[in-house]
Ligand binder design. Sequence first.
Ligand SMILES: [Zn+2]
Length: 311
Amino acid sequence: MANQNHEQQLKGEIKLIDQLGRAIKLTQKLRATVTKVFDDLGNGLPNTQGNEKTLLNSLQKTLLAVNNDFSELEKLGSGINRDQSSAVANTSYLNFDSSLDKGPIYLELLQSYKWMNKVTEYSSTCHSSGQLMLSRSVFGSTVRAKRLRRSPAIHAIPTQQIDSFISSLNSQFPQMKIDVYRPLGTSTILLISVRQTLRAMVALRGLTIEWVKVKAVSEDFFTEDGKLDIWSRSRYQVFQKVTEHACCAILHFYHTVMPNAAIRSFLMWLNSYQSLFSAPCSKCGKYLQDGVPPTFRDMRLCQPMHELCRQ
Ligand SMILES: [Zn+2]
């Protein structure tokens, strides 16, 4: 009887490992398709310049592929979740196996378990944002499409209006140098240099800030073939931290009715980073903490603070 139970448990665990393996493969596939969507959006599709319909069709195809991969992964993930708790508890016996070859199996399994948890969490976020994108795209019903066309879209702002707003920013923030790029024709990318301290890439949709990356002055935002690279992060820990804070700042300053004011507030906040390497922490008074300067700036007064001094 005990043997039968043991055999059943073993079968369950083998099945779980098999499912985990498949889930990892499916996640890799999903990651590749999602990367393709962003690559296409970032770099533009070949032979689609000026042809909006072809561009939308290609985008629709890649989004459908993301949706299919995600549904497959979700289906598999829900099956794994059901058995997870008991299976992980039982697999702890693997740790007591005296065979040296089997020693790392339990640790690897734990790692996979943690990874799977993260995958489920990320995939649910991806699912909700994917649904939002689909409902905004050509998949929506015609009634919805008509309604969307009639509604006042804050993103549909003429480029001339955006350009004049940016030139007003240039005069308002003389310490900053703001260059404008439009790699896909309509979306605006701003490359902002803050004195000799940092460079920030800000992607706008209309006048809403969608994406921000901060790098060192010595780092480039262009790939070797001259295309804008909006995804790669800085190789310095300091600027990776500043990027994280900048992403929080765009959410903090986000304003649906007055996007101009949101950009102004964000730039004012970003401008305070000109003292990134010269101002001490406003809380502990020191310049460095674990070898890193105060990378955080308070959203109201723009006071510099270390990562740990914020708490
Ligand atoms: Zn401090």
